[in-house]
Design a protein around this ligand. Structure first.
Ligand code: UD1
Ligand code: UDP
Length: 356
């Protein structure tokens, strides 16, 4: 019997990190065709992850880059259709909730190729978030829905999706278990930046709602500047661009650095006195690493980290962020929320059972 082909679609930073353990697991049974849409393209937003995680280079890279949602998604759809016609995959795999995810899902649905969604069922219940639209639509055209959490399963059931749901755990936990050991052996970031454990906070910001509104971005930067700690801030290119455009300056306690590779990021997170972020992946990593997380949003799809007492939603209010940072120190036990670190292996077994 011919070996089955799975086309995996990635395009943005967190998708490279999630795809690495999945690619390793798929290799036992399938031929994987890796498609990079090129949504992220700077060395530090893309190639560094392929190098660190020893991933094979993508079989296709569309080089789509930035643009409006329609431009990005439309260009991706056109290119994906061409590749599907030539490669003829037996299944398409998409990750998370970016425009690359939605384009992959739509292209698969139109070509009538079975679609599997990694990180299915997440909901913020905020339809103003582009990611929420991407996830809802992707889930509704997926045949296999790989859910990281019980809440994710429930969300799908509430929307009437009952077939193809598998609660496999979170592949970011697989990635973390694998990469943390390597990070300890490889990262020199604390030495390079002269940082000591517990003596700095770590911040990331990139959500459209926070970067594209001057008042919100200014408020976040002001809040960082008000903290009684140094704040290390690896800045997403989108955020840097908007800060420049609006002339937002940083206080001297903020150390602005370029986005870092994943090994450096894990070490920076693990040793921080707190993490301030609007990232989805970083909220989870904070929990897994046992670092308190202050989420610069009004809601989150990773509700279990809040319920567990390790994540607080502050929005962008300066006083709220500062008060939370200065006075909140979680002590509750961290339960296992994201599975056993075997999500990738479980997914590949499920795919094997389905595709043969
Ligand atoms: C995208 C995803 C978001 C995800 C994030 C991960 C969508 C709608 N958003 O947001 O869900 O959390 O990736 O980081 O898909 N840019 C560069 N170099 C790069 C990449 C981006 O300069 O390598 C700049 C460009 O000006 C670009 C802007 O950042 O226009 C925004 O990039 P884009 O991929 O559209 O959205 P993100 O904010 O990165
Ligand atoms: N990350 C990284 N370097 C950075 C910032 C983030 O390696 O400078 C990693 C982070 O550890 C996590 C993932 O990128 O694994 C999260 O991606 P991002 O915040 O861009 O997107 P989101 O998870 O919000 O979709």
């Amino acid at each position: 019997m011919a070996i089955k082909k799975i086309a995996s679609i990635v395009g943005a930073r967190p998708q490279f990190i999630k795809a690495a353990p999945v690619s390793r697991a798929l290799a036992s049974y399938f031929k994987e065709v890796l498609i990079h849409t090129g949504q992220h393209y700077d060395y530090g937003m893309s190639e560094v992850f392929f190098t660190e995680m020893e991933m094979k280079p993508p079989d296709f890279n569309f080089g789509i880059g930035g643009g409006t949602h329609a431009e990005q998604t439309g260009k991706m759809l056109i290119e994906l259709e061409k590749v599907f016609n030539s490669v003829k995959p037996d299944c398409i795999l998409v990750y998370g909730d970016t425009n690359s995810t939605l384009a992959g899902a739509l292209a698969a649905a139109k070509a009538q190729i079975p679609l599997a969604h990694v990180e299915a069922g997440l909901r913020s219940y905020n339809r103003a978030m582009p990611e929420e639209i991407n996830r809802v639509l992707t889930d509704h055209v997926s045949e296999l829905l790989f859910c990281p959490t019980d809440d994710a399963v429930e969300n799908l059931v509430k929307e009437g999706i009952v077939n193809g749901i598998h609660r496999v755990g979170d592949v970011m936990y697989d990635a973390l278990l694998y990469n943390l050991k390597l990070a300890h052996g490889n990262s020199q970031i604390l030495k390079k930046l002269d940082l000591k454990k517990g003596e700095y906070a770590l911040a990331t910001v990139h959500r459209a709602a926070n970067t594209d509104e001057k008042l919100r971005l200014s408020s976040i930067i002001k809040a960082f500047g008000s903290l009684s700690s140094q704040v290390v801030f690896p800045i997403h290119p989108r955020t840097r661009k908007m800060m420049q455009e609006w002339g937002i300056l940083v206080n001297s306690n903020i150390l602005l650095i370029e986005p870092v590779g994943h090994f450096d990021m894990l070490v920076l997170q693990e040793n921080a006195n707190a993490i301030l972020t609007d990232s989805g992946g970083v909220q989870k990593e904070a929990y897994l690493l046992g670092v308190r997380c202050i989420t610069l949003r009004e809601e989150t799809e990773w509700v279990e980290t809040v319920k567990a007492g390790w994540n607080r939603l502050t929005g962008v209010d300066v006083k709220m962020i500062k008060d939370t940072f200065e006075s909140w120190f979680p002590e509750t036990e961290r339960l296992s929320l994201y599975g056993e670190g075997k999500a990738a292996i479980e997914m590949s077994e499920i795919l094997r059972a389905k595709l043969g």
